[in-house]
Design a protein around this ligand. Sequence first.
Ligand code: DGP
Length: 113
Amino acid sequence: MSDCIFCKIADKEIPSTTVYEDDKILVFRDASPQAPEHVLMIPKKHIDSLDEAKPEDSELFSHMVLKVKDIAAELGLENGYRVVINTGEDGQQSVKHLHFHILGKRKMTWPPG
Ligand code: DGP
């Protein structure tokens, strides 16, 4: 999508700090970190949100979920971490390109705000 900021990050039109990359996904540091470690995992393919998940993307989604623990290990999150997928208006999703927040290096609270 030409006007999508995360597509532009995936295409390297907008710079970001890459933590991990392969042919399907990019992991980069969040510009507004909410924890000492805060990265975003995105599919390179544009998908608006989790609400748009389709069966044909099941391989991509399993790849993303299974990569989380590798990223967490690389970031040194051996004490635990939180994965957040804000979805839609009530979920406070501000960027309409599916992304997993991976946050760590502090004790999280519950319930979320
Ligand atoms: P959400 O509110 O769940 O849609 O999260 C969007 C996140 O994206 C938010 O934590 C800030 C981050 N973000 C927005 N624009 C940029 C950007 O241009 N670069 C980076 N690295 N992060 C961004």
